[in-house]
Design a protein around this ligand. Sequence first.
Ligand code: SF4
Length: 215
Amino acid sequence: MSNPEHHDNPDEKRRGHLPVWRDDGQVLQVNEIFYSIEGEGLRVGQPTTFVRLARCNLRCHFCDTEFDRYTEMHLDEIVAEVAHHPAQWVCFTGGEPLSQHLAGLADKLNTAGYKLHIETNGVVAPDPALFPLIDHWTVSPKRRRVVDGFDRITELKYVVGKAFSEDRVEEELAEYIYLQPESSEPRYVQKALEILSRHPHWRLSSRIHKMLGLP
Ligand code: SF4
């Protein structure tokens, strides 16, 4: 999933969501592949090659990613492009990466020795074939409850905006809980800090790649 600010979205709740798109997984619709650092959550600061998949099963009104734009790439082309970059980590983002059949690509990258991270909206149940291949699962929930079917969630990352309420945090699902103030606005930083004072084992996240002017 992209790293736009994720907010509660009543319109989206009313509309429901779009079907996922999965063929045999040998060709994927890729929005872009780029090298940067991970800017959010537990892996912050680690050099990472991002594979941004096209398509999303949601249409959040605040989304800042042009995920409908894509190039169709065979898995071997994607692996070759990833190999141009020096990172050990590869992060699947989007759009919604679970909207496409990712297991074949994850298998090839895993075999090539990369560590794999996925960032998902928590609305699409993952393919169980991904469980032994993905090292780091980030769910940034776009519905009040995360869909069933995750084997393990490394971190749940909630954007704290006007509508956010701490009672929606599904603490039991994840190893780490992150609160990310929407647009780094001071009022939401303050709101996140107040919530953290009641839950000191949760953590604050920001988008340091944005602060540093990185992609
Ligand atoms: S879930 Fe999809 S539409 Fe919503 S913000 Fe993320 S990428 Fe955009």
